[in-house]
Design a protein around this ligand. Structure first.
Ligand SMILES: NC(=O)C1=CN([C@@H]2O[C@H](COP(=O)(O)OP(=O)(O)OC[C@H]3O[C@@H](n4cnc5c(N)ncnc54)[C@H](O)[C@@H]3O)[C@@H](O)[C@H]2O)C=CC1
Ligand SMILES: CC(C)CCC[C@@H](C)[C@H]1CC[C@H]2C3=C(CC[C@]12C)[C@@]1(C)CCC(=O)C[C@@H]1CC3
Length: 366
């Protein structure tokens, strides 16, 4: 579905000569998009939905994890502008959902990819004539490890981000929103999902099951009453596509951030138990005080930093995970509902069922 100017049959005037020259370049088409990070969990779900909606999709990623008819893969690092420019030829819409995994805890990598890399993405988009950029940010940009209840987008960015991932996601979001410039013809918007889960997620369910298999999922951190947002991946995809399709110069969404969640806050430990029990593992039962576990996690993390040159070990209970497991963190989607008509398309219960069914290999005893 490349949108190419039709080739003139004859060239009688200078104007049609110009048309001929332009015919050799690919003109950006509104249904031609690129997904940076399209080999990842969210990226692939997004690619599949876009194809179903008639978009032509290019994937730009440092790795290729699958093949799909109708998708062109460009393997490269998003810090490489030339590689990006090749992938962005004729593209009018870019989804940027690439990031190193939060578990990597590698400061230099996060800074290079999420900050410098995002600057490079924005430069390449401008040079390639891209008109719209939809960034996958994170609701965690406002999370400092203390309770957030029904948080709105006007909460200030975390002054003391809880890890390097969050620190660089904040800078990334600022860069993308600042780049929104109607005169220059580049419109941007940031989607802030929270706790994405669903089939093929490489993080939440695999880490949970691994922890259970090692006998470490017996404990509830805190009193277990803390409410949290978990967002089924289809809803996150829906939010991204709504944002892309609403992004026009006159739209109120230009240069703004939007929370996208399931809009059904749930007790963190009920959600974990539903997944564990669904896969045949026991639900956590015994309570441990939050401050004790957080203190221990901090100590272990410091120890892992100090010993890094000698031994490499990655604690399961990182300060970030403990904070997420023991505090309230749920967000209001009312801005997305009002400005782009967002409504979750898959409910939490259904999302959990579909997720559990998609992991037969992680079932207890499998
Ligand atoms: N998983 C979650 O719960 C949440 C994720 N997010 C954000 O959603 C986005 C997607 O996350 P997931 O799909 O969960 O992660 P993922 O790890 O499955 O996907 C990220 C993709 O980015 C690619 N990538 C990393 N560095 C790259 C580079 N230098 N150049 C090109 N590609 C590169 C990876 O190869 C991978 O395919 C990320 O921006 C993440 O910060 C936001 C909120 C929650
Ligand atoms: C060992 C247990 C205490 C926790 C096991 C589950 C966790 C691995 C996940 C629970 C909440 C998740 C989450 C994220 C990653 C996976 C969890 C910590 C994010 C940090 C992913 C990136 C984001 O932008 C925010 C997410 C918040 C929730």
């Amino acid at each position: 579905m490349f949108s190419v100017f039709s080739l003139p049959v004859c060239l009688p005037t200078p104007t049609s000569h110009l048309q001929f020259i332009m015919a050799t370049r690919i003109r950006p088409s509104s249904k031609r998009c690129a997904v940076i990070g399209g080999s990842g969990f969210l990226g692939r779900h997004l690619v599949e939905k876009l194809l179903g909606k008639g978009y032509t999709v290019s994937v730009f990623d440092i790795r290729q994890s699958y093949e799909l008819p109708g998708v062109t893969f460009h393997q490269g690092d998003l810090c490489d502008k030339q590689a990006l420019l090749t992938a962005l030829q004729g593209v009018s819409l870019v989804f940027h959902c690439a990031s190193p995994a939060p578990a990597s805890d590698d400061k230099a990598l996060f800074q290079r990819v999420n900050i410098q890399g995002t600057q490079t993405v924005l430069q390449a988009c401008t040079e390639a004539g891209v008109q719209k950029v939809v960034l996958t940010s994170s609701a965690s940009v406002v999370f400092e490890g203390t309770d957030i209840k029904d948080g709105r987008e006007d909460l200030p960015y975390a002054k003391k981000p809880i890890d390097y991932y969050t620190e660089t996601k904040i800078e990334q979001e600022k860069l993308v929103l600042k780049a929104c410039d109607k005169e220059k013809g580049l419109l941007t918007v940031a989607i802030r999902p929270h706790g994405i889960f669903g089939p093929r997620d490489p993080q939440l369910v695999p880490i949970l099951v691994d922890t259970a298999r090692r006998g470490k999922m017996k404990f509830i951190i805190g009193d277990g009453s803390n409410l949290v947002d978990f967002t089924f991946v289809d809803n996150v995809v829906h939010g991204h596509i709504l944002a892309a399709e609403s992004l026009r110069p006159e739209s109120p969404i230009c240069g703004k951030a939007y929370h996208i969640t399931n809009d059904e806050p749930v007790r963190f430990w009920d959600f974990m138990s539903d997944i564990l029990v669904g896969l045949g593992y026991a639900a956590p039962r015994y309570h441990l005080p939050y401050t004790l576990v957080y203190g221990l996690a901090l100590l272990l993390w410091l120890l892992s930093l100090l010993l890094r040159p000698l031994v490499s070990f990655k604690p399961t209970f990182t300060p970030m995970r403990v904070a997420l497991a023991g505090t309230h963190h749920f967000y209001s989607c009312s801005r997305a509902k009002q400005d782009m008509g967002y409504k979750p398309v898959v409910g939490l219960k259904d999302g959990i069922r579909r997720t559990v069914e998609s992991y037969p290999h992680l079932r207890h005893g499998a």
